[in-house]
Design a protein around this ligand. Structure first.
Ligand code: ATP
Ligand code: MG
Length: 559
């Protein structure tokens, strides 16, 4: 991994299996794959699978990870999604090199295998209606019934499949099914579908096909064709594993990959199913797939998440077979740790009010040294301009403040970060009684924020020089949902739990001017949190910053 060579991957039960396969000589080279269906954008759950599959290929000598687009459903798939998926995988720090594949690359081979199954009397064309098929399937307690079409001759099946392929039938008229066991306790083994009719062109194969293979058939065959050694998927496919093995055994493929299941990532305060993400985007509940509140990788990137933080998170949560829900704070802690290490510091006033230093000379200006990064000396010092009129945070002044309020109130002295001690003298109010200016005096003997006589102040506040600061819009993002499990329960409408304060837009924030030249991707606005420029909306004429995450877990406190 280019930017993080010290990252070490903790082991897990899948790596233990691979180690044993190498030790026994079963495999000399490990080949995994990441198989997204290009019907939406990737989310943080996919990152778990990407880190697992690509991570293994990096850690085992000669290892390879394929990126395979599982494009068997032309109605729902778009090249926009293919491009976005590639961008996200690269951004996470992984590379498929020349190993880019599509299930559609194998349509000819898949068809030939289907023909082989028919010839082996292991597949047949069924002509029941969808409703009849459902009734014949049985359920968890009752066995299914065999279709009256199950004993069609090989020749008739071959003829029908060919004509299905050529587009002679309407969708739903026929279905190619595996001939396994309608009484199997595993419903997946009750003559599952292999090919369905879809009279629809495909982005890669044009109008060549009027039938498209089902996932369970296409996936194992594609894995075998590519010589995948370990086919890693999420737990809901555990019950499909007998079918995965059945197809490959019946077909006698030269490779027989091992399917291993692990638990999917679930995060609180968000939703990750593609159907729901589509609904949020298409229903206008969020502003596109890269909305910074979404758990999509493009949204998280725009929000300011770093690839390092996401990889670190995936490594921390590990790979197990236990279903659970990970707290968002675990992800945010990985994020804070990385941002703390990489972000320059800056002073930024988000809700500005004027602070006027009455005894500071009218035309004087000073350049003070601010520390870019308290823990990284090489990140150096920056120049901060100081003058008579500053902006401070409105909440840093309080009238009739209690003793414990260590910031500005009449008669109280505070330190202006990197600058001077100031003592509040009085305020000026507008006709509505709103404070519009806070006035103070400064002590010239406290330059740099230290007093010569050793007197201490309890509070330190941030500020910017009114003449030198730059204005910006700041978007404070918060969790997209107001409850931890918005999508729990079948009938629960998760959209009813969208957090109405998931974004707060602050206009006219005042930022330290060094932000424009310091070249850091992310900043810690002191006392506020981590921020970055919005990659879509920020322009030199109108700066827009996103709050990536707060400094501490304020959500835990609220709860
Ligand atoms: P759908 O919601 O349509 O079922 P999916 O989330 O399974 O889609 P795919 O594009 O099929 O999306 O996923 C690609 C790979 O990512 C699969 O191997 C899948 O198991 C894995 N994956 C998807 N979601 C998660 C998750 N939450 N945690 C871990 N892996 C996931
Ligand atoms: Mg899937």
């Amino acid at each position: 991994m280019n930017d993080n060579s010290t990252e070490s991957t903790p082991t897990n039960f899948i790596r233990t299996i691979i180690d044993a396969d190498i030790a026994s000589g079963k495999h000399k080279q490990i080949i995994t794959r990441f198989p997204p269906e290009p019907n939406g954008y990737l989310h943080i759950g996919h990152a778990k699978s990407i880190c697992l599959n690509f991570g293994i290929s990096q850690d085992y000598l000669g290892g390879i990870c394929h990126l395979r687009f599982d494009d068997t459903n032309p109605g729902k798939e778009k090249s926009e999604y293919i491009d976005a998926i590639k961008e996200d995988v690269r951004w996470l720090g992984f590379d498929w090199d020349e190993n880019l594949h599509h299930t559609s690359d194998y349509f000819d081979q898949l068809y030939a295998y289907a023909v082989q199954l028919i010839k082996q009397d292991k597949a047949y064309v069924d002509s029941l209606s969808a409703e009849e098929m459902r009734l014949y399937r049985g359920n968890l307690t009752e066995p299914g019934k065999e279709s009256p079409y199950r004993n069609r001759s090989v020749d008739e099946n071959l003829d029908l499949l060919e004509r299905m392929k050529n587009g002679e039938f309407a969708e739903g008229e026929h279905l190619l099914r595996a001939k396994i066991d309608m009484a199997s306790p595993n419903i997946n083994m009750r003559d599952p579908a292999i090919y369905r009719i879809k009279n629809m062109a495909h982005p890669m194969t044009g109008d060549k096909w009027h039938i498209y293979p089902m996932y369970d058939f296409a996936h194992c065959v594609s894995d075998a064709i590519e010589g995948i050694t370990h086919s890693l998927c999420t737990l809901e496919f555990e019950d499909h594993r007998p079918l995965y093995d059945w197809f490959l055994d019946e077909l006698g493929t030269s490779a027989h990959p091992q399917q291993i299941e692990f638990s999917r990532l679930n995060l609180d305060y968000t939703v990750m199913s593609k159907r729901k993400l589509h609904e949020l985007v298409e229903g206008g509940y969020v502003n596109g797939w890269d909305d910074p509140r979404l758990p999509t990788l493009s949204g998280m990137r725009r929000r300011g998440y770093t690839a390092t933080a996401i990889r670190d998170f995936c490594s921390r949560i590990g790979i197990t077979k236990k279903d659970n829900i990970v707290e968002m704070s675990v992800l945010e802690n990985s994020l804070r740790e990385d941002l703390d290490a990489r972000s320059n510091r800056a002073l930024a006033v988000l809700d500005p009010i004027k602070l006027i230093i009455d005894n500071y000379p009218e035309d004087q200006e000073e350049v003070l040294k601010g520390i870019n990064h308290p823990k990284k000396e090489e990140q150096g010092k920056r120049d901060i301009h100081f003058s008579k009129e500053l902006y401070i945070e409105r909440s840093d002044y309080m009238a009739d403040a209690p003793k414990k309020f260590f910031r500005l109130t009449e008669g109280r002295e505070v330190r202006l970060r990197f600058a001077y001690y100031v003592t509040c003298t009085h305020v000026v109010k507008d006709s509505n009684g709103e404070v519009i200016e806070v006035h103070c005096t400064y002590d010239p003997a406290t330059r740099g924020g230290q007093s010569e006589d050793g007197r201490k102040v309890k509070g330190t506040i941030h500020w910017v020089s009114a003449k030198h600061s730059v204005s910006a819009e700041v978007r404070e993002y918060d969790r997209l949902f107001s409850i931890a499990a918005p999508a729990s329960g079948k009938d629960q409408d998760y959209k009813a739990f969208i957090n109405q304060d998931s974004v707060k837009v602050l206009e006219n924030c005042q930022l330290e001017a060094s932000l424009l030249t310091s070249g850091s991707d992310a900043y810690q606005f002191e006392r506020q949190g981590y921020f970055c420029q919005d990659s879509v909306d920020s322009t030199p004429d109108k700066l827009v910053f996103n709050r990536i995450v707060t400094l501490r877990d304020s959500w835990a406190k609220k709860k």
